[in-house]
Design a protein. Structure first.
Length: 302
């Protein structure tokens, strides 16, 4: 039986790195347009990953029938997702976006059921529900955060990113060929960079400050190169439902980062919401070990 402990630990570390990405995107968006900053981030990541792929695995080939899936992965998981996310961070607070992005697991669970007929167990449903409750508690605890408030462009952009990522997970859940993780990541990011490249024609090109360049390097190397490789690996090992549930940890980590870096006050309601989210994540990730399938009947007819 495969050891699943390592992918869970990797997923948690990845969520910590991605939780910091919202702060970096906020810094970059002050000088560079959201679409152009996404292009800079991913074209650098694509170059680095392509060199590594060709040096270490020159024999890797992509089946013709999978090329369209790589293109779709780059479109929804890179280009569209980060156009929405970067604009969302530019229009609203970084913590607000992190909280809204955490609704991904709720939509993923039901999309997996509808598209791939994945069984919905009590563990997964209970975990997703608790996570959603935790998100609502955190949102309600901050007056300046309004879930789907009327006229809040940032909120709508964040939800656009949510649906883009759900589609990305469905696209990347199955390939005809048996590829290394870095192969999938490289070609998807290359396609994403291609889809983002028109931003060069419609943006005001200028040399960014050293602070912005450092944040772009962090976003490109750690959040994109390392982040996507780890994510695709965890997606293959744990499945879309479990790996996306870990995304619920991002608002917790983002709130803590905001408190440490920006000296924001954390309220008791935010702490309570974080605890509820952690319990939800635990229920989903330990679903099989806790034998929910044996204790409860699987929701096969939902």
């Amino acid at each position: 039986m495969k050891n699943k402990v390592a992918p869970h630990i990797m997923a948690i570390i990845l969520m910590f790195i991605w939780s910091l990405s919202y702060l970096s995107i906020k810094v970059v968006s002050e000088e560079v347009s959201p679409v152009l900053s996404a292009f800079y981030r991913f074209v650098l990541a694509a170059i680095i990953l392509f060199i590594i792929l060709k040096v270490k695995f020159p024999e890797e080939k992509v089946l013709k029938r999978d090329k369209s899936k790589f293109a779709l992965g780059g479109l929804f998981g890179v280009a569209i997702y980060f156009i929405f996310e970067n604009y969302a961070v530019a229009f609203t607070s970084a913590s607000n976006v992190a909280i809204l992005i955490a609704s991904i697991p709720v939509f993923t669970i039901f999309s997996q059921k509808i598209i791939f007929k994945e069984k919905l167990t009590y563990g997964k449903i209970s975990g997703a529900t608790l996570s959603l409750v935790g998100i609502i508690i955190i949102i309600a605890s901050k007056e300046r955060v309004s879930f789907l408030s009327k006229g809040n462009i940032g909120d709508l952009m964040a939800l656009g990113a949510v649906f883009s990522w759900v589609i990305y997970n469905m696209v990347c859940s199955s390939f005809k060929g048996n590829y290394k993780v870095i192969t999938i990541t490289t070609y998807e990011i290359m396609w994403g960079s291609l889809f983002l490249s028109p931003s060069l024609l419609f943006s005001n090109l200028q040399i960014p400050s050293a602070k912005v360049i450092l944040n772009l390097i962090f976003l490109s190397i750690f959040c994109s190169c390392v982040g996507y490789v780890v994510y695709v690996h965890c997606l293959k090992e744990l499945g879309a439902t479990i790996i996306t549930t870990y995304i619920n940890l991002q608002p917790i980590m983002s709130l803590i980062a905001a408190a440490v870096i920006l000296n924001e006050t954390i309220t008791i309601w935010q702490v309570l919401g974080c605890v509820v989210i952690i319990v939800g994540v635990t229920l989903v990730s330990l679903d099989g070990r806790l034998n929910f399938r044996k204790r409860k009947k699987v929701y096969e007819n939902l």
